[in-house]
Ligand binder design. Structure first.
Ligand SMILES: NC(=O)c1ccc[n+]([C@@H]2O[C@H](COP(=O)([O-])OP(=O)(O)OC[C@H]3O[C@@H](n4cnc5c(N)ncnc54)[C@H](O)[C@@H]3O)[C@@H](O)[C@H]2O)c1
Length: 361
């Protein structure tokens, strides 16, 4: 099968491309604009493969997207290209509307025209897989505010109440994808996933930023009291889940993907500090003895969601998918990867200069 992956040079997209290249015989066409978040270094291991092609293109460019469909004749689309950072969406939402809404619309329209012209056999097996986030569901009650809150989870039928420009743009895209299925019959799949972490995570997000700031002895800012809860999933488990849904998911369905790892942001930051303390202790001349001393609390993000937690039982039962990593094993692998790849981090940071300190995703 030939799969057109959008956003394949990003954090999750590159994990998907590497997964497909390592574990299948499929061909991949990676369509990526290479924004500050796109990095072809993430794909060094696949770049020479004769099953991989790269198209440096904006998904909003309809003529180019039509050319790519015509030239490559894909059997399936995995759509990951997006502006993905919540803090950036608060400061400058326009790019989020462009890429996440207009870009998704453009892909849907081109895919629809292409799919309608396919011969019957290929038309039956074609699929458009839209990759989305649990942030479209808004937030859940927090155990600190409400007893029994821990029993509330996002399911595939939870109503959409997005809070940030990022999550609103992703919610819009999800609605468009479902409308193209309902109205035009386009064969679609939608997945909504919790916070990812792991190798090649762009160093503006909470986990990589905490690792890098700690190693430089800089403050480790935590929004509010740090009690916001996120549900963490190791990125390679997400890549496996996405390929599982693409190949075995039921058309028209939505699957929530999560790692059953609810953690408060402050717990995540402390766990990173403790791993660094073991793996890369502060030098004798450092002005601090424990990385935990660097934690500082800052004013909270506007509209900050209190808690996300995914009920992933549908994908577990229907498609027999389970995450391979616990939060402890995945976080240890992640910290080890960043310690071994500090050059990659500094080059990635060079793409956008030292930003103000972003948190969460
Ligand atoms: N990171 C998470 O925790 C998370 C969780 C759930 C869902 N998601 C979703 O997964 C997808 C990938 O997220 P990520 O964290 O890898 O993002 P990322 O920011 O690391 O990567 C996005 C990629 O899309 C590319 N891109 C951006 N605009 C483009 C455009 N107009 N045309 C073509 N390419 C463009 C970028 O160059 C980059 O390679 C997104 O759709 C995101 O909403 C992310």
């Amino acid at each position: 099968m030939k799969i057109l992956v959008t956003g394949g040079a990003g954090f999750i997209g590159s994990a998907v491309v590497r997964y497909i290249n390592r574990h299948t015989d499929d061909h991949i066409v990676n369509v990526d604009k290479l924004t500050y978040a796109g990095n072809l270094e993430n794909l060094a291991e696949v770049s020479q493969s004769d099953r991989y092609a790269f198209e440096h293109t904006d998904i909003c460019d309809r003529l180019q997207i039509e050319r790519i469909f015509t030239e490559h004749q894909p059997d399936a689309i995995m759509h990951l290209a997006a502006e993905s950072h919540v803090d950036r969406s608060i400061d400058a939402p326009a790019a989020f509307i462009e890429t996440n809404v207009i870009g998704t619309y453009t892909l849907l329209e081109v895919a629809r025209g292409y799919w309608q012209e396919l011969p019957d056999e290929r038309k039956r097996t074609f699929r458009f897989h839209h990759v989305s986030t649990d942030e479209v569901y808004g937030d859940l009650p927090h155990p600190a505010d409400e007893s029994g809150a821990e029993h509330h989870l996002f399911t595939e039928t939870t109503a959409y109440t997005p809070s940030s420009p990022y999550s609103a743009s992703k919610a819009s895209a999800d609605h468009l994808v479902r409308a193209w299925s309902r109205t035009y019959g386009l064969p679609v799949l939608v997945t909504n996933c919790s916070n990812n972490y792991g190798p090649y995570h762009f160093p503006e997000k909470l986990i990589p930023l905490t690792i890098l700031n700690a190693l430089e002895g800089r403050p480790l800012p935590v929004y509010g009291s740090g009690d916001q809860i996120r549900d963490w999933l190791y990125v390679e488990d997400h890549a496996h889940a996405l390929y599982t849904v693409l190949t075995r998911g039921k058309l028209g369905e939505t699957y929530n993907i999560g790692g059953n790892n609810e953690k408060q942001n402050i717990e995540v930051v402390r766990a990173i500090c403790d791993l660094l303390q073991e793996l890369a202790p502060p030098s004798a001349g450092a002005s601090f003895q424990s990385y935990r001393e660097l934690i500082t609390f800052t004013s909270d993000r506007p509209g900050h969601d209190r808690r996300y937690a995914i009920d992933a039982s549908k994908i577990e039962h229907d498609l027999n998918w389970q995450p391979a990593e616990t939060f402890d094993t995945g976080l240890r692998k992640t910290v080890e990867w960043f310690l071994a790849n500090l050059d990659w981090c500094h080059r990635a940071q060079g793409n956008y200069g030292r930003q103000r300190l972003g948190q969460s995703r």
